[in-house]
Design a protein around this ligand. Sequence first.
Ligand SMILES: [Zn+2]
Length: 381
Amino acid sequence: MVNKKQQILRINKLILFLLIFSFCGGGSETSGTVEEVQDTTTTTDVQDTTTTTDVQDTTTTTEVQDTTTTTEVQDTTTTTEVQDTSTFGTWANVKGPPMIYAASDVSQSTIDKTLKWYQIASSAWGEFGPAEIWIVGNSKETVSDLEDLWCDIRTEKDTKWNKEWDCANEYWSPFARYVDDGGAAVSTYYRDYIDYHFFLVTMGPKYPSPDEDDYKVVTMHEYFHIYQHAHISNIDDEGPSSAIRDEKMGGADKPWFAEGGAEYMAQLLYSRQPNVRSNYLKEIMDRKAYSIGEYLDYGKPLKDLTYSDPVQTYDIGTWLVAYIVDKVGEETFRVNFYRDLDGLGFEESFKKHFGMGSDQLISEFDEWIKQPVDELLKIIP
Ligand SMILES: [Zn+2]
């Protein structure tokens, strides 16, 4: 929980402090999470797509703005209930909407849009948390205010937080690179040197810009990383436990499974939203098929490709997950595989639910994907 008054007082610059509340329905069962690239547990994404949609929710926003003060806080994150059903840890089973913090130059509509799409995803796949969404703005100045707020919030929530190293400093900032590079990422702060564990979702101001429909898909893609990670109980200790976590994600610095799953699940869910054109998913997958030739030419096994290989591993991973979903069904991929992941480990859960080991399945896939695109697209709903 956050000491609200303190929190509010600190913000005298331009930070917009928003807390938004919303009710998210449903929730399915389990969950997990993922990340994308970078550090330990951080993933960074960017990416594509288009389209429209609409919404639902009930979002009540309480915004506050500008200069100085602000507002109310409705404690979101804090919330609640712990589910604890299964084999995976309970650390990520906190329900409730995320906290949202945005730089002062981020518009209310961006904040609303982010929350809305986050909640569409959490309603579909189950709620996991606690999570904080930090939306970075377009200027270095507002980022610096956001970094100050980050430090305040962190130290309020966690007495073990190391201000010297884990608040922004001359070597590191949680947000600075997003100003220029855009993108989005999820980091799991489930680490042995802190007490308050949470997911950090960072949204950059461009690539995609919040005005693009891709922004909606990226928001859901990030949430699927939370889903993936929430299904893994191993704490991030920079040692053996975090190595197991990486392995359960598909391998350290190996995007094929984690990114492919996040991307395909996000695109699939988006394609089902009201007002999204009926051939949306086929168009997206057709575009991702442009990367197949370079993947086959490059010749490095899919599981060995890293974030820095010059191949669009996200695209190929997305096609792989489409292939798996076509083979075993969406429920088996999204629910059953992740339900057993923590207890059985990656490869055993893979075998149990997908009918064969990952090497064998990929070698089948590598043959299958050589077909003409029209043939491949037949498996896409
Ligand atoms: Zn990702």
